[in-house]
Design a protein around this ligand. Sequence first.
Ligand code: ATP
Length: 366
Amino acid sequence: MPASQPIETPFVRVSGLNKSFGAFHALRNIDLEVGRGEFVCFLGPSGCGKTTLLRAIAGLDPQDSGSIHIAGRDVSKAPPAERDFGIVFQSYALFPNLTVAKNVGYGLVNRGWSGTDIRARVAELLALVGLPEQGAKFPGQLSGGQQQRVALARALATSPGLLLLDEPLSALDAKVRVRLRDEMRMLQQRLGVTTIMVTHDQEEALAMADRIVVMNHGVIEQVGTPEEIYRAPRTAFVADFVGHMTFLDAVVTGARTVRANGLDFTIAEDAEAPVGAAVRLALRPEAVQARAIPADAPNRFEARIGDLSFLGSFCRARLEPTGATGGSIAADFSANAMRDLGIVEGEIRPVAFPPEALRVFASAPS
Ligand code: ATP
């Protein structure tokens, strides 16, 4: 698993940032560093503060306290125009009465570029975003995906040091979203522009980001590479928000054993809680094993295959271990496994939960 490296010279550094709207504390003491050329996603549920943080970095909604450095410069009090960023919003925000070329070149006119230079730069940018022939059209004559490409070209026009993306794909339909997501990521890598994107879509964040910042209630829960966030969530919130997870109420029975639903589980890491402590045992559905399980495999149980849902490339089953006192565990079986093993609803078969795939979290305070 590639681990996040410490950042030697952060391009963006946010320290002790706080922001309130009236009595509501939207950001609490945020510390964050983004490396030069990195693609970082702010991910979290609606209202967690990700847009507020992005807008504070842009200077559009200044923070109440704390500092922001961009490219080594303290911009905490600088107006947006002095922060050297390009921004793309969810709603495209193009000028409807200007042609595509004029939209893209807008910032260059303000900077006093000559007409010839603007035309050349606009042509270059439109080619970059795959719209070489569309300069004379108006935004209303383009599809949503095309309009967002124009917005991206406009944001990149002045070659900013920082690209800020506020849910840029969420207004698009699913197919266009995935295509544009891949294109934007490739473009970002080619240009090497430091990028921060706000999204509530975990798949988007996992696919695009070098590192993901998971936020909840105005605080950062975890910062890590997509693999770290997915495989080693540090809190139950992250585990639950990113990917699917079954949680079972459990009790610690030893250094590396817990009991849940009347079943004894071996875990690979110390529970970090005393024997008798109430914890939550968590397991991803795709980690459940069903193929050729040795009789002495750890966490091997006979389980009834409860509801089976067909989800395209895999099936999700509700497993009901036969010795359990209740509850079920979600398990995903690939189409291949379904066919090879002939898994059917209602049968009883051995399954195993690999110890290294089980995670233990503190119980939520009651
Ligand atoms: P979403 O995905 O829904 O946009 P978000 O994580 O980006 O969510 P923010 O827009 O950052 O959330 O908002 C964080 C919290 O601050 C929300 O509870 C929101 O209602 C509140 N908030 C944001 N802007 C303002 C404002 N101008 N006035 C009052 N409250 C605000």
